[in-house]
Design a protein. Sequence first.
Length: 218
Amino acid sequence: MATDIVKIRPKPEGLDKPFVGKIIKTMSKLNVAVYRWTGGLLGSTWRVGSAFPWGVPVLLLTTIGRKSGQPRVAPLLFIEDGNNVIVVGSQGGLPKDPLWYKNLQANPECDVQIRRRKMKMVAHTASPEEREVLWPKLVAHYPDFASYETWTDRVIPVVILEPCDPGRDSRADHLRLFELVSAPCFVLWGFLSLRFWSSRGWRRRGTAMTSSRETTSR
């Protein structure tokens, strides 16, 4: 088990108090605002607890509120598993499942933003067999997940997010590769063009000056 090889931290006093959930909600809203405003330049790395000091990546998950019908955005830690994205409904070890998870149970369609990359995805809760494979990877990625598991009586849900169109993400990868390759090519082309036209200009000036001297000498 992953919990046998990581240090389990003791449960903080007062973790189950109502104000803790409100603090998490407020901090999440601030994180979302900064993340969106900067395109993930800020707010896309979590450096608290076992993630200190190097940090682990954060995504933005947009679900549809099961009661309000309005978009709801949550910043979450994640790992990638092929084309899939894996998130955890730990909520810091609180006794109840997070609202975003309940929203996905009602409507599994969602939007995911990883820095500037945006994807349409569909969610399902990992089966016991899938969870058994994924949980050690998640704990290795962020060891505090093992502590959270001991702080609550509920089974912390592991959620698998799959692309609505698996080929779509592949095409996006190809586009990003094209941009990376083509940008230096355009720079090189511009540099060579500048050198070519500059050399032609100097040759013309040289020819004109030579002709001028010959005319003067006559």
